[in-house]
Ligand binder design. Structure first.
Ligand SMILES: O=C(CO)COP(=O)(O)O
Ligand SMILES: O=C[C@H](O)COP(=O)(O)O
Ligand SMILES: [Zn+2]
Ligand SMILES: [Zn+2]
Length: 307
């Protein structure tokens, strides 16, 4: 199946109150784990590539891995640029064949964010490519830049932003953040704000970044085998189910992939210190990614069988 645009995926998801998982890819094992999970669940998928992933794997490798994944699958798959920081990176990945880009002007003043987003929308729409933008700011680390504070999305500004830029979906800040340390105390999200935004933008797909749940199973395993990932806390799965029913069509997950792989590899190294064949630990790490992604699709996002 060739790469698809998010349009049809999001229309269906919005109608039925489920969400599509957008999973970050960095290497072969991650792509394979996600694709296998999607196959097993017959779920549409968004594979997303950050600037960091492009730098790590190399854009040519990413494209060839995608090509291989699509050759072996009939699933609808979107190839999406995660957190595009400027016009040039969006333009470059569009010419490589990405079907969706995020232009992240959330660090800019409102008018500058609008101007940058509009510039990307004009270029992308000319080629049938979807544009996600961001308004508000998430605390945490993204692309090696860390933001100390959340700046929640203002509902009035969200409406004006969408109207003036013509962006196709909007990432909003309602209390999630990137990484494994999302909450100091009890997790909370500003659902009132989400309802306000979604009711003022009816039918419009919203995006939730920083949506990993930081599964205790992997935190415990990592720590049991020498890790030091303490006080980690993610977004409770019930919050994600609720968000999916309130206009959130795309839920971004990266940290949970990282934790699953790391936990399994730590355990392996501890239990089999004499082994040195990377396939022996990257294989189980790939299986852990598959299982975790399958769990999300089936039990949290609700996208099983929605192809
Ligand atoms: O938002 C993300 C990628 O854009 C990932 O968020 P997590 O760090 O919660 O996985
Ligand atoms: O939003 C951030 C994603 O988790 C990507 O992270 P990265 O920039 O380290 O690849
Ligand atoms: Zn951002
Ligand atoms: Zn993000």
């Amino acid at each position: 199946m060739p790469l698809t645009s998010p349009k049809e995926m999001f229309d269906k998801a919005y109608q039925d109150g489920y969400a599509i998982g957008a999973f970050n890819v960095n290497n072969m094992e991650i792509i394979q784990g996600i694709m296998k999970a999607g196959e097993a669940e017959q779920s549409p998928l968004i594979l997303q590539v950050s600037a960091g992933a492009r730098k790590y794997a190399g854009q040519n490798y990413i494209m060839k891995l995608m090509e291989a994944a699509l050759k072996e699958s009939d699933l609808p798959v979107v190839l999406h640029l995660d957190h595009g920081q400027n016009f040039e990176i969006c333009r470059d990945v569009i010419s490589d064949g990405f079907t969706s880009v995020m232009i992240d002007g959330s660090h800019l003043p409102f008018e500058e964010n609008i101007a940058l987003t509009k510039q990307v929308v004009e270029c992308a729409h000319g080629q049938g490519v979807w544009v996600e933008a961001e308004l508000g700011r998430l605390a945490g680390v993204e692309d090696e830049v860390s933001s100390a504070e959340n700046v929640f999305t203002d509902p009035d500004e969200a409406v004006e932003f969408v109207e003036r830029t013509g962006c196709d979906s909007l990432a909003i800040a309602i209390g999630t953040s990137h990484g494994a340390y999302k909450f100091k105390g009890e997790p909370t999200l500003d659902f009132d704000r989400l309802e306000q935004i979604s009711s003022r933008l009816p039918g419009y797909p919203l995006v939730l970044h920083g949506a990993s749940s930081v599964l205790p199973e992997f935190i415990d395993m990592a720590n049991r085998y020498g890790g030091q990932v303490s006080d980690a806390k993610g977004v409770p799965e019930d919050f994600l189910r609720r968000a999916a029913k309130s206009g959130v069509c795309k839920i971004n997950i990266d940290t949970d992939i990282r934790l699953a792989m790391t936990a399994v590899i730590r355990k392996f190294f501890h239990e089999k210190p004499q082994e040195f064949d990377p396939r022996k630990y990257l294989g189980p790490a790939r299986e852990a990614v598959q299982e975790m992604v399958q769990h999300k699709i089936k039990n949290v996002l609700g996208s099983s069988g929605k192809i």
